[in-house]
Ligand binder design. Structure first.
Ligand code: ZN
Length: 77
């Protein structure tokens, strides 16, 4: 995980179990910025759903690029 302040790689200093946030990790980067992250369980369906909507979004973008290209070619001829 990269430091949100300077982008340097960080290491875990401490891991705690929090009843509200799941696993909470205290991290510190190479430049001594300290920050906290939490780790939560993600069900596989959510991963699949995210991948599906990501692919869907890519397909739509590709379609709109293709449509624009078709329009341009038509104008040229
Ligand atoms: Zn940093």
């Amino acid at each position: 995980m990269k430091c949100p302040v300077c982008g340097a790689w960080s290491s875990v200093k401490q891991t705690r179990d929090s009843p509200t946030f799941g696993h909470v990790r205290r991290r510190e980067c190479a430049n001594e910025h300290r920050f906290t992250t939490k780790e939560v369980f993600i069900p596989q369906e959510d991963i699949d759903e995210e991948r599906r909507s990501h692919l869907e979004g890519m397909r739509e973008r590709l379609e709109s690029i293709r449509a624009r290209r078709r329009k341009t070619t038509r104008k040229d001829t």
